[in-house]
Ligand binder design. Structure first.
Ligand code: DAT
Ligand code: MG
Length: 152
């Protein structure tokens, strides 16, 4: 039985600057994932370092932190059965150059350092990342009347 999960998604500065916010949200909505949290924010260096802590020390780490803090980010929480892996499927492979057509990165990007969108890689990462970006009170539990047409 699929597990009800929440996942953290971010439209990164390149996606915001390129006017792709609507396009990205639309893909998750159309897939059937439910939006339960969303806000535009300027990510601080401290938040970026916490969020990307697992990559500290890697050659791309400093560039990654400066990229993610370079312009506003749209932070999103999605909910649904197996939401974490479903959202990763919608996003596509980390490097857009090898991401499948039909995915966000495969359709809209070409380089790994400008891959438009972040998605949590596990339910544990999702919990950790959501806590960096959202207060509990900013996550809205709501009843979607179309639910039974999306999931049995
Ligand atoms: P993902 O964003 O698909 O979860 P990740 O967690 O491995 O990928 O890496 C986080 C981000 O860091 C990724 O979206 C882009 C950047 N990145 C990862 N590997 C990289 C590399 N080899 N060179 C440059 N940037 C990289
Ligand atoms: Mg990751």
């Amino acid at each position: 039985m699929a597990e009800l999960q929440r996942t953290f998604i971010a439209v990164k500065p390149d996606g915001v600057q390129r006017g792709l916010i609507g396009e990205v949200i639309s893909r998750f909505e159309r897939r059937g994932l439910k939006l339960v949290g969303m806000k535009l924010l300027q990510v601080t260096k401290e938040m970026a370092q916490t969020h990307y802590g697992e990559h500290k020390g890697k050659p791309f780490y400093e560039g990654l932190v400066s990229y993610i803090t370079s312009a506003p980010v749209l932070a999103i929480v999605l909910e649904g059965k197996d939401a974490v892996s479903l959202a990763r499927q919608v996003i596509g492979a980390t490097n857009p150059a090898s991401a499948a057509p039909g995915t966000i990165r495969g359709d809209l990007a070409i380089e790994i350092g400008r891959n438009i969108v972040h998605g949590s890689d596990s339910p544990e990462s999702a919990k950790r990342e959501i806590a960096i970006f959202f207060q509990d009170s900013e996550i809205i539990s709501w009843n979607r009347t179309a639910e039974s047409w999306i999931a049995e």
